[in-house]
Design a protein around this ligand. Structure first.
Ligand code: PHB
Length: 397
């Protein structure tokens, strides 16, 4: 272990000891100083590249929740430190390290891209920093590599795709293929879709892939008509999803396109008529009339001028979860036992509906079936109610 990590760890243990003494009334001054310091929250997110809009919406929604709390949670002022991870996995460990060791953040909220999440996870599993995942779905983080300090407010890549597989089989489709980027999110969503679609009696051809974040879709599109499939499933997101859906329509392919809901999420104004009629499954959609959602969508639009999407919801809920934890310990983030107890037991009124944490600390939630109609992802049903990721290999339970 490096000297810097040692220094960080000993600071953490000192803070814990101080917390205990302050609780006993022995160290009021030192404790008061610690409490006066704002809580530093590192936002490690993409602010450039194909996922830039995703990072922006997550950030805006986190800021919204903090503003709604008056800029303070559990009595602590909040200081945000933003870092653009560019969705580049190769820079992720160094970037996470910078936030934790140089900027000394108390909490890390990040990120969007599954490969970058793996880099963050390596660093925070060692440092013990409280980490809340506001998007990236790579299953390992809440399966075999789960860690007590890591919570996910978004989904696993398996969850929405599994829901889509259930819905596609129920519609009577028999043969499909998954088209996607060749990285964790593409492969894991493909696996979720295949599991459910095959359980429902369907068959899935081997994935068609291209490297992330490439958008040279023509060679893949050219193969589709010859595969004999009656539905095409897909995972793309952000700028890549905009282009894929437009090129699919422009190619005149008559096979229905479906997918994990990211395919049409936050992208509809840019996709226009090309997206009409596409069915997808996701833990959010248009037309959810619960009070939290109505208020959230208005506040988000007032703040940003944009419609909220699933990324905004996940950012809002990451901040809501942090608030539950900090309020339970009156801002004393060093009180890990009570902090983690509160986080694990949290039930949150999300714009997507009520959510809770699974034993592996991933969110349990409804997966909605949506259909693009009139430029909206209209919820047309529930593909799977209260779906928990299996959390296979996680020993936290
Ligand atoms: C991921 O890399 O896990 C990922 C990225 C963008 C999405 C969903 C998942 O919209």
């Amino acid at each position: 272990m490096s000297d810097r990590v040692n220094r960080r760890l000993s600071r953490r243990s000192l803070m814990r000891a101080a917390a205990a003494l302050a609780g006993a009334g022995a160290l009021p001054t030192r404790w008061a100083i610690a409490q006066a310091r704002p809580l530093k929250i590192g936002l490690m997110l993409p602010y450039s590249g194909t996922f830039a809009q995703l990072g922006e919406n997550i950030t805006a929604a986190i800021e919204l929740l903090f503003a709604e709390k008056g800029g303070k949670i559990g009595g602590r002022e909040l200081q945000l430190i933003k870092l653009d991870d560019e969705s580049k996995p190769e820079n992720a460990p160094q970037n996470a390290d910078r936030l934790i060791k140089r900027d000394q953040v108390d909490v890390l909220i990040g990120t969007v891209h599954s490969g970058v999440q793996m880099g963050i996870h390596k660093v925070v599993s060692e440092s013990g920093t409280l980490t809340i995942v506001p998007n990236a779905g790579n299953v390992a983080v809440t399966r075999e590599l789960c860690a007590k300090n890591v919570f996910r407010c978004s989904f696993t890549n398996w969850q929405p795709a599994y829901g889509m597989g259930v819905a596609a089989a129920k519609k009577g489709y028999k043969k499909s293929v998954w088209v996607t980027w060749d990285y964790a999110a593409g492969a894991e969503s493909g696996a979720g879709f295949k599991e459910a679609f095959e359980k429902g009696g369907g068959q899935v051809a081997p994935n068609l892939t291209l490297p992330f974040p490439q958008t040279n879709f023509q060679p893949l599109l050219a193969q589709l008509p010859g595969l004999g499939v009656d539905v095409v499933g897909s995972f793309f997101a952000g700028g890549g999803a905009v282009q894929f859906v437009k090129e699919y329509a422009a190619a005149g392919i008559k096979i229905p396109l479906c997918g994990s809901g990211f395919l049409t999420e936050g992208t509809l104004p840019a996709q226009g008529a090309a997206a009409e009629g596409i069915e997808t499954a996701l833990h959010y959609g248009d037309g959810l009339e619960n009070a939290t959602n109505v208020a959230f969508r208005k506040a988000f639009k007032d703040k940003t001028g944009r419609e909220a999407d699933v990324y905004a919801v996940q950012g809002y809920d990451a901040a809501q979860l942090l608030a539950v934890g900090l309020e339970a310990v009156n801002g004393r983030i060093e009180d890990e036992a009570n902090l983690y107890k509160a986080l694990r037991g949290a039930t949150i009124s999300s714009p997507r509906g009520p959510i809770s944490m699974s034993p592996a600390q991933n969110v349990t939630q409804n997966i909605y079936l949506r259909k693009v109609e009139g430029g909206q992802n209209k919820v047309v049903g529930i593909a799977v109610e209260n779906l928990a990721d299996p959390g296979t290999g996680c020993k936290l339970a």
